[in-house]
Design a protein around this ligand. Sequence first.
Ligand code: SF4
Length: 99
Amino acid sequence: MALFITDDCNSCNACEIECPNNAIYNPGDPWILGSEERPALNDEHTYIAYDKCTECFGFYDEPQCVPVCPTDAIIMDPDRVETKEQLAAKKENLDKVGR
Ligand code: SF4
């Protein structure tokens, strides 16, 4: 499942550099998939573009953003449960279109 940043986030952006999929964006910034720009998913705090989050599948055994968050604001998104196969397909698509 994709990860999600809650309102406990203070937008320190410590997580952004950790993401191998470039899935983490500043509040209000559009997110990018391949060459396409898409509207920001949050204007108030740092956010994760769920279509780009693979739980770090294919890169690391554990999500890299979670342990660096000083406010424990990054959680699994219960509304976006995905199987390993779905995460692998998501990674494959990012490999193809670009991160
Ligand atoms: Fe990026 Fe991994 Fe965090 Fe998902 S779990 S947002 S892929 S660092």
